[in-house]
Design a protein around this ligand. Structure first.
Ligand SMILES: Cc1ncc(COP(=O)(O)O)c(C=O)c1O
Length: 626
């Protein structure tokens, strides 16, 4: 294993983000959708009245299934486009929260081109079909089982099938694409060796494929990669190089090294043979389930898996919906489909590392905008609940990205009241980092709506704490924190409770109201939940205080780099750090910054290179902190 210091040579110039001014009409929608105006965070825009949002809102019955034009003969196939390497600087930058819709809703339905518009899609599909049918994945991958999820099926009233890609040799589907691409290299190319950048499942897929094909493999990983991950890759015979603080830096290094040393770069998703390898998952599903099939739910990162599955399934059974599942804070595909062009996320949530991708691929997007039926968004809690369901049913532990499709399928079936249909969810991976199980089990009950987070304001006097405990009543308190402060009139109690039905929680909120104890339900507020323990006793009025949410990379020295940049220039008035596993940590930080210095502050924050967002006007934080 080598460790290198690496600084990217140029920083990309980004185009300014702006709202689309299309006047696409919005077909009938089931529930109003909220689009946030980020210049004015208090204002939510109801899409019914807006002209500028391009999201097409439909219910499944209204979605027009893709009908391919007659396929040309195999001899007419056009050569597949080879993706260019990095053009992020040409893409529009957007924030994940600029597109929000309810979990389960089928949003970002692509506007399909009618027939062959010169984009070459039918020819491309034919070419992909051929590539998938002749793919070599079975030298290393298994035909994974399609398992019936009986308990979840009963609960939802549908027939839910799980395509068990978590049972592949390296515990994810990524092996298929990597091997398919590498097995097609010439012996001269294999002699040169391959290189890739990945801290996750792709790395293992490339390493195992290289061992099978007898070539050398260099795997470039960010220096933050946990030992267990790089050791696993090394044990498969690859050379691991730890470089850069982020995935982007590791990728720039790998691309440069591929160029300098003539190594073959194995892209994690944006290459026709990688896409075709992943497409074999779709081929197997159609072999395994021959009756009516409503939809296949696919987790989306860069889009390789869904593009491959869609290419196959839409060629053979175009009536089957191909639905992408993304996390609300890692929604690069949903936003790209929504804008009708590839965009790059200004920041991406790292909870499900396989899906934490800032921009989808060029080729994957070209296929997805034609072949996908839309995207369902889910949150962390729902994914954790699905990990728990899978554990209870099959005694298998999925990683977050591996469980996302179950969460998406469940949310969609509930949202549209689907009954009696067959639906498939791809359980795409099981490389769960053991350290994260605590967070997952904590959030799982929230996802199932069995745990609520609350804050109650009490007069600072004897008996207040006991009164709150009495009013919580028969509900089970999981955690509770309170600190008496005799200098204050009003104190704050933070607590979490478990409940069986939502009416129990509502009953408790009513009891608090009757006792005139203001209580806030924080259950859906991710930011507050992350920093909840800290908020106890944290109320004070600090002049010129600004609040920032910061995303720290998990690496030695990150905190000191931050402190050296800001302190003692500005007083740090509040600090809480909540580790999220290997992807880093969320921090909530307060600074005392005079208004004349705000621009200087922003300039410094931008150069620091950590993702951050201002939260000074966040209403709940205001209430809890002041
Ligand atoms: C377990 C898992 N699920 C889903 C994905 C997303 O796949 P893609 O990037 O092809 O969209 C990945 C990507 O690494 C993954 O590892």
């Amino acid at each position: 294993m080598e460790t290198l210091c690496f600084t990217p040579t140029s920083s990309p110039q980004h185009l300014k983000s702006h709202h689309t001014s299309s006047s696409t009409s919005v077909p009938s929608l089931i529930r109003p959708l909220v689009f946030k105006d980020y210049n004015n965070p208090k204002k939510n825009i109801n899409l019914r009245n807006q002209q500028y949002c391009k999201a097409i809102l439909t219910n499944p019955a209204e979605v027009t299934s893709f009908k391919p034009s007659p396929l040309p003969s195999p001899f007419e196939t056009t050569p597949l486009h080879e993706p260019s390497q990095d053009n992020s600087h040409e893409l529009r930058k957007v924030l994940p929260e600029t597109l929000e819709y309810e979990s389960g809703f089928l949003g970002s339905v692509p506007k399909k081109f009618a027939g062959d518009d010169g984009n070459g899609i039918p020819q491309t599909m034919m070419s992909y079909l051929t590539r998938i049918l002749t793919s070599k994945v079975y030298d290393v991958a298994i035909e994974s089982p399609l398992d019936y999820a009986s308990k979840l099926s009963n609960k939802l009233g549908v027939h839910l099938w799980l395509k068990r890609e978590d049972l592949q040799p390296v515990f994810s589907f990524k092996l298929r694409g990597a091997y398919n691409m590498m097995a097609k290299l010439s012996s001269e190319q294999l002699d040169r060796g391959v290189i890739c950048s990945s801290a996750g499942n792709h790395a293992q897929g490339v390493a195992l494929s290289a061992r099978k094909l007898g070539c050398t493999a260099v795997i470039v990983m960010p220096i933050t990669t946990p030992e267990i991950k790089w050791k696993t890759v090394e044990s498969l015979g690859a050379t691991v190089v730890l470089v850069g603080e982020s995935y982007d830096e590791a990728q720039s290094y790998a691309l440069q090294r591929a160029k300098d040393e003539g190594l073959i770069f194995v892209h994690p998703f944006d290459h026709p043979d990688v896409i075709a390898g992943q497409g074999t998952v779709g081929m197997e599903i159609l072999r395994q389930i021959q009756g009516p099939l409503h939809a296949i739910f696919v987790p989306v990162g860069g889009g390789g898996l869904i593009a491959g599955i869609a290419s196959y399934v839409k060629s053979i059974r175009p009536e089957v919906k191909i639905i992408g599942v993304e996390l609300s804070d890692a929604n690069a595909m949903a936003l790209s489909l929504h804008h009708g062009e590839r965009v790059v996320l200004e920041r991406v949530g790292g909870f499900a590392d396989g899906m934490a991708v800032k921009k989808v691929g060029e080729e994957t997007f070209r296929l997805c905008r034609e072949l996908m039926d839309g995207v369902v968004l889910v949150n962390r809690d729902a994914i954790c609940a699905s990990i728990k369901d899978m554990f209870e049913q099959k005694r298998s532990i999925l990683e977050p990205a591996g469980a996302a499709a179950i969460a998406g399928a469940e949310a969609y079936c509930k949202y549209y009241g689907l009954k009696g249909e067959n639906v498939v969810a791809i359980t795409s991976g099981a490389n769960m980092n053991f350290d994260r199980l605590r967070l997952v089990s904590q959030l799982a009950d929230v996802g199932r709506r069995r745990e609520g987070f609350l804050a109650t304001f009490v007069p600072e006097k004897c008996g207040s704490f006991k009164l709150v405990c009495e009013l919580v009543g028969p509900m089970n308190i999981i955690e509770i924190s309170y600190r008496f402060d005799d200098k204050k009139q009003e104190g704050l109690i933070l607590y979490s409770v478990s409940f069986h039905t939502i009416s129990e929680l509502e009953g408790m909120l009513d009891r608090m109201k009757l006792a005139q104890l203001q209580t806030i339900n924080l259950t859906d507020k991710e930011l507050i939940k992350d920093h909840m323990e800290f908020l106890v006793g944290g109320r004070s009025n600090v002049e010129n205080e600004i609040l920032c949410r910061l995303f720290f990379p998990e690496r030695p020295g990150a905190l000191m780099k931050f402190l050296n940049a800001f302190s003692p220039l500005w007083n740090i008035t509040l600090f809480h750090y909540s580790g999220q596993g290997e992807t880093g940590a969320n921090a909530l930080v307060g600074f005392q910054v005079a208004s004349s210095e705000i621009d200087k502050f922003k300039g410094l924050a931008d150069t620091l290179g950590y993702d951050y967002a201002f939260e000074t006007t966040n209403e709940t934080l205001q209430l809890l902190l002041h």
